[in-house]
Design a binder for this molecule. Sequence first.
Ligand code: FVH
Length: 293
Amino acid sequence: MTDTTTAPVTVIGLGLMGRALAAAFLRAGHPTTVWNRTTSKAAELVAGGARLATTPGAALAASPLTIICLTDYTAVRDLLGASDVELSGSTVINLTSGDSAQARETARWAEQRGARYLDGAIMAVPPAIGTPDAVILHSGPRPDFEPHEATLAALGTVTHLGADHGLASLYDAAGLAMMWSVLNAWLLGTAMLRTAGVDAVTYAPFARMMAAGVADWLPGYAEQVDAGSFPAEVSALETDARAMTHLIEQSEALGVNAELPRLFKEIADRAIAAGHGGEQYPVLIEEFGRPAP
Ligand code: FVH
């Protein structure tokens, strides 16, 4: 049984992220083989003990586990589909960004060629790799994930979401939806307060408190979404919609951008028009679960 604390690993793709991944494996003591289209990017890693493979095929053959992290899925398929690359018997974890359809299709394509394929999403920036702050999501057959879980732990906080190869990409997209929503809301609030001379740093603690407060509501709201029942225990959607009108009017009066508040109100009004005005805010899941009209 290989000692999983020093199991060999290969990293293909040594961009900003790939180099961080390979460096984390090296620091954790794993014999690490690397390959990159532009060889010069491997220099520091080789100086740090990594082995430079001459071809992608040799890189794959060098370890029981290969992590690939390129610009996009087209690059991944072109590289792994090259005539000199033998996928059969390899375990490939693709940490390249993409969507769930690409993940599922690439899994089918790789498994038809005899590979064990897991898809993944990195919820961190390169400097965080190797620390617990680096959350890395995986999806695909758990029996293919478990033998390498200890090796992957060198990268950060590693999670297996389920057998559906598309899950990691879906979680990634859902996380981006929340990240940009929160950041845009914070920027709108900051723009409003700046009209009164309040700077962003002063506002930040209040914004953090508000974001934490909203996060506290999520478990109860999530239960309502799962149950498909939205009794107005704390506030009815019609009440929220009236507050949205106030937010639009305040934004316009301050001369700040009112596009977001208007969008909030437009979505709420559609649900109210459909008869949901007396239900609680999570009833809007119905509006988000279908394309905008
Ligand atoms: N950097 C980050 O903070 C984010 C965090 C979240 C996840 N992303 C995703 O990670 C993938 C790689 O991102 P990156 O930041 O490392 O990107 P680059 O520094 O541009 O490196 C790209 C590597 O891909 C290689 N490459 C591109 N096309 C090909 C190809 N046709 N054949 C072979 N390799 C290819 C490129 O090679 P080279 O240009 O150095 O020769 C780099 O190794 C990405 O999906 C992010 O969304 C990172």
